[in-house]
Design a protein around this ligand. Structure first.
Ligand code: AMP
Length: 512
């Protein structure tokens, strides 16, 4: 028998098995009326009300519904309700500027746009056929409890469930098409490797828009895990929520855990969650020192995964194994600092240039309306990650380098070319190269090296302000250095590795 693997399975099971259990605790501190604690039965009822509302608006199967929101219970129910009814959810990064969001809404062809009331100030001008704020307007204008939703006519595991826009090597972001099958396999494999169970309490320290919160909302629902929403990453607030809700599981980039470590230093009494919490880290290679501190100062179990939005994300896992039990803390941290071994069903290799290649059921179907980029990414039957790395003799992958011109700052991808375009649009700029340099807090810091036009003048602050007005703040350079010239090859290509050299001298690897 073959039953299509669709994302609907996860909430269906939550409702059937854990219907009476509080499944989602909404963030109390938000401009929309918070939903409080919702049982999985209520979540499922609301997710059906979303689908019935979309029926009423005439939004058909395969059509796109975009949402720009901080973490919230409403965003979670959209992750369940929209794909489960055969439509496609487009979760958008809430830090993007109006122009960037407009591009995504247009490119994805979304007929519905849902906007967090907190973002209305910055996104007021972004339009779509149907547009609603995810507060009162959404409750009364979208949700329909008076009609049963029309069932998805022919559920198909290869249908697109979500499109996640991600910055890559092009100026504009690309839309990663995740199928139901991609999300299903990711959620189940992830849950298995992390031994997720109905005793877990998951705190959303990861933005839910980012790769659908790494697909963990599906894992959590399928296994009856209580999910606690957190809107703003703040070290002390994370510790408070861990204490208040008995949190056992969290995920995030190294910058999140650095913030927690800082807050723990000022925490009164025993840090909550000792010997109970496990964290999952990805986005950048965490330093061994951070790993050792997480395990010793917090008493939390450290796990690393590696993957991309394009791979749902799970590709490799590094979870402490029985063999590590006897290791001294620093040796153990070293072992855990590798990206990991392939998750079940995934194959990893590197090509002659050192680029990491992957095969598996979490790899994207393609980029939305971009056949060339899809063909390039999947050339030769392998997914080309754009990351450089190596596999050691124990079979563990380590990421040491980046082949793509992308900077990862605080866990978010920044396309160097996109930032270069914006810096270049400043009238005083004659030439620009944007690179990432190692940074204690953000991992990598977006840095612009600028040659000014003859006779023109501009300060570092002018250029930063110019960028912040046009693109998301996290993409704008945090530092600008002025140069007389930018080294190029004979064919005129900028030699970024030369520009990076002085900043990365002495670094163990070329990513941070
Ligand atoms: P994104 O698609 O925004 O989730 O970013 C994916 C990128 O993050 C990858 O291509 C890597 O460059 C980086 N990344 C993710 N996990 C790790 C990890 N464990 N170690 C090093 N880099 C990572």
């Amino acid at each position: 028998m073959r039953v299509p693997l669709t994302t609907r399975d996860f909430l269906d099971r939550a409702e059937l098995v854990y219907g009476d259990r509080v499944g989602i605790v909404d963030e109390p501190d938000q401009p929309a009326a918070p939903l409080g604690g919702l049982t999985y039965r209520e979540v499922a009822r609301r997710a059906r009300a979303v689908a019935a509302g979309l029926d009423a608006l005439g939004v058909g199967e395969g059509e796109r519904v975009a949402v720009v929101s901080h973490n919230s219970a409403r965003l979670l129910e959209l992750l369940y309700g929209v794909p489960a009814s055969g439509r496609v959810l487009v979760p958008v990064n809430f830090r993007l500027s109006a122009d960037e969001v407009s591009y995504i809404v247009e490119h994805s062809g979304a007929g519905v746009l849902l906007v967090d009331p907190e973002l209305e100030g910055q996104l007021g001008g972004v339009t779509a056929k149907h547009r609603m704020l995810t507060g009162e307007e959404y409750e009364t204008g979208l949700l329909r409890y008076d009609a049963e939703p029309r069932p998805w006519a022919e559920p198909d595991e290869d249908a697109t469930a979500t499109i996640n826009y991600t910055s890559g090597t092009t100026a504009r972001p690309k839309g990663v098409q995740m199928t139901h099958r991609n999300l299903w396999v990711n959620a189940v494999t992830f849950g298995m490797h992390m031994q997720v169970s109905d005793r877990d309490v998951y705190l959303h320290t990861l933005p839910m828009f980012h790769c659908n919160g790494w697909g963990l909302p599906y894992t959590a629902a399928g296994l009856g895990v209580r999910q606690v929403c957190l809107r703003k990453v703040d070290g002390a607030e994370i510790l408070r929520r861990v204490e208040q809700h008995g949190v056992t599981l969290m995920a995030g980039a190294p910058a999140v855990w650095n913030a927690v470590l800082e807050a723990a230093a000022d925490w009164d009494g025993e840090v909550p969650g000792r010997d109970r919490v496990r964290i999952i880290v990805a986005g950048a290679p965490p330093p061994s020192r951070t790993i050792a501190r997480v395990e010793e100062e917090l008493g939390w179990e450290f796990n690393q995964i590696y993957g991309l939005t394009e791979t749902a994300p799970l590709l490799t896992v590094n979870r402490s194994r029985a063999e590590y039990d006897g290791l001294a803390p620093l040796d153990r941290a070293k072992a855990l600092s590798r990206a990991g071994v392939p998750a079940l069903g995934t194959r990893i290799t590197t090509d002659e240039s050192g680029e990491v290649l992957a095969q598996g059921n979490t790899v994207l179907a393609g980029y939305w309306e971009n056949p060339q980029a899809s063909a390039d990414a999947l050339e030769g039957g392998w997914f080309h990650t754009g990351d450089g790395g190596g596999v050691d003799d124990e079979g563990y992958l380590s990421i040491s380098d980046r082949k793509k011109d992308v900077i990862i700052s605080g866990g978010e991808n920044v396309s160097s070319i996109e930032v270069e375009d914006v810096v270049f649009s400043h009238p005083a700029v004659a030439e620009v190269a944007v690179i990432g340099i190692p940074d204690e807090k953000w991992g990598e810091m977006v840095t612009a090296l600028v040659v000014l036009a003859e006779g023109a003048s501009a300060s570092e602050a002018d250029i930063i302000a110019h960028c912040r007005a046009k693109i998301a703040g996290y993409k704008a350079p945090k530092r600008v250095e002025f140069r007389d010239a930018i080294p190029r090859t004979a064919t005129g290509k900028i030699q970024k590795f030369k520009l990076r050299e002085s900043f990365w001298a002495g670094a163990e690897r070329q990513v941070n």
